[in-house]
Design a protein around this ligand. Sequence first.
Ligand code: AMP
Ligand code: MG
Length: 409
Amino acid sequence: MPQEKKPMLSFQQALAQLLEAVSCHQQVQHVPLSQALGRVLAEDMQSPLQIPAYTNAAMDGYAFCYADVASSKTFQLIGQSLAGHPYQGELTPGCCIRIMTGAKLPPGLDTVVMQEQVKLTEEGKVQLCTEPQMGEHVRLAGSEIAKEATVLRRGERLGPLQLGLAATLGFAELPVYQRLKVGVMSTGDELVAPGLVLGDGQLYDSNRFVIGAMLQRLDVELVDYGWIADDPVLLKAAFDQAASEVDALVTSGGVSVGDADYTRQVLLELGQVNFWQVAMKPGKPFAFGKLGHCWFFGLPGNPVSAVMTLDQLAQPALRKLAGETCKTPLQLPALVSRKFRKKPGRLDFQRGVLSMTDGQLQVAPVAIDSSGMLSSLLAADCLVPLALESADIEAGERVQVQLLSDWLR
Ligand code: AMP
Ligand code: MG
């Protein structure tokens, strides 16, 4: 097979090839705000209003004209402005009005003093007990958002704050990309569904649940293809079905070089293998390709390898397919408090535990670690990507750490 002769890609090359290959072709639909959580915005949104829409009070108190303070610190109270009920009357020199938080400031008044900082005189006047600042406790119209400003951008994932901002601007619905339809499938003769009795040499299929849950966090329409035996005929049938039904298929297992590893062979026969094998750890036998119109992400079977390749390689590609603008994960500098063992040759995403000592972020490897142990990932709160050429990292050296993202937790 010609693909086998290709040299192994570095992690960076693999990620670049993935992102180069995929693009978003999802249709645009308009959904009410109440159904938009987690969706990807399909258009830039310009503000139809300025925010605040009108100048208003930031405190409960009294509004007056700052220029009047020069002549007197006692004001004639002539009315009130409540939220939703602006003051409609005329203003006279030296007057003030009672005003509540969020209520409109009448044109001509420019400063608000808190009610705790005035005395009401027996004649019903308002006497300042403070030296006010010009414009104090006033939110100026347009000071947060100018009319026509771009407030939300195409490719943004809509979270609670984006939805709140959209509501602030009066949008009842938003244009979003249609959800990506993604299939998940486990392969391996040894696998048994949780709930059934384990036979000799069998283990429970955990990958499908981890992968499925991670994909749900990406807000995809998930199709569960269950478990398929290590049998090329059955794999072909399953891949064929998935190719006609979903935009992307994520499999786990059977993608290495073992005698019962048929995933790549079947992918080659039915579609194309863009690349196979990446110089990363865990996760070397990752395969990326296509079945007709369906993108194919073949994750290794080892539970930590499956999670890491989904997190680091498939995830950015799936986000791009869904229309989302990809962000590079934030890296933080940390001091190594216990040695990380590492052989040169692959980019190693080690699992780390963070601590703070004397204001310094420190990181140590998780106590028990192996690409087969899902519990090692549960114990970690960050990844420590150690460069391909790097060897052991001793205590006292500095590394960059990447916090485990929310979609994994
Ligand atoms: P493979 O990539 O098929 O060679 O599998 C590598 C290791 O991962 C083997 O120990 C498998 O038993 C294990 N494995 C494969 N698929 C799963 C799965 N769905 N859930 C849990 N472990 C798995
Ligand atoms: Mg297998």
